[in-house]
Write a protein that binds this ligand. Structure first.
Ligand code: NAP
Length: 247
């Protein structure tokens, strides 16, 4: 059975690690090739876009893929839509592996917003101070017009294009610790945190630090999944789905 995992996440790497030596499975992980030094999954890897939903459908046919697993990031909505369309087109069974989102805990001061534009508006309305922005390098332009705040921006790769000023840039990749995030927020006198509801354990320490420091959080909601896709939340469930398929 040939399986294609659309990856770029810790879950996708964990799934590849769980499956790569299973007898009867031929596994390939696919990465977009966006970051300079990607964390690679074990086993066979292909890199780069497919050329839209039609390109992905062509890839599934050309490589005789029997099962498609979309284990991409919750905010990678375009590739998820393409996966659903390509699965419909080819009849290739599709599973979406999506980690659960974060939930506010007692003491949290979260404002949930539907998208980055709304996040920028909500951030701009907070009292003057330092906004800690962890929404990714491609979302910085929305904050560029904010003249009331300074920005602490953390990205994996350096941003290009419009960004807010003044900006202190940190290049880093999780996981992060609560102690580290608390010290960082204190050092920069952070007054608000803006983040996406990515979920997972790799980057949730900032939320604990914000709670402890009574720092307000602007939380960008996830884009919806394509309608009707079969979705699981854990590597174990994804493995079980394949086990049933293999028989
Ligand atoms: P996106 O906007 O949903 O996809 C844009 C295009 O990138 C897709 O149309 C596709 O190109 C290509 N692509 C995306 N993921 C791919 C994959 N796994 N394999 C091959 N091609 C892929 O995606 P994105 O938000 O730019 O994210 C790109 C990758 O980074 C994803 O794999 C995602 O898991 C990972 N990632 C994203 C975020 C985030 O915040 N968005 C955070 C961490 C990791 P074609 O149309 O040419 O096929």
């Amino acid at each position: 059975m040939r399986v294609l995992i659309l990856g770029g996440t810790g879950e996708a790497r964990a799934l590849a690690a769980a499956l790569h030596d299973r007898p009867g499975l031929e596994l390939t992980s696919s990465l977009a090739g966006r970051v300079r030094d990607p964390a690679l999954p074990v086993g066979q890897v292909r890199m780069g876009g497919f050329g839209g939903a039609a390109g992905l459908a062509g890839h599934l046919r050309a490589h005789g893929i029997d099962r498609l697993i979309d284990a991409t990031h919750p905010f990678a909505a375009t590739i998820s839509a393409h996966a659903a369309a390509a699965a419909d087109d080819t009849g290739c069974p599709l599973l979406v592996l999506r980690r659960p989102g974060w939930n506010a805990q007692p003491g949290d001061r979260w404002t949930r917003v539907p998208d980055i534009a709304a996040a920028a508006a909500a951030a701009a309305a907070t009292p003057p101070g330092c906004i800690f922005l962890t929404t990714g390098r491609r979302d910085l332009a929305a904050f560029a017009g904010d003249r009331r705040h300074r920005f602490l921006v953390r990205t994996v790769d350096p941003p290009s294009g419009p960004h807010p000023e003044p900006m202190t840039l940190l290049l880093a990749r999780g996981p992060y610790t609560v102690d580290g995030e608390t010290a960082l927020m204190r050092e920069h006198a952070v007054t608000a945190l803006v983040t996406k509801d990515s979920g997972g354990q790799m980057t949730n320490a900032k939320l604990v630090a914000a709670r402890t420091g009574a720092i307000p959080v602007v939380m960008v909601d996830r884009p919806p999944l394509p309608a009707g896709v079969h979705t699981v939340a854990s590597v174990e469930e994804a493995t079980a789905w394949l086990d049933i398929a293999v028989g």
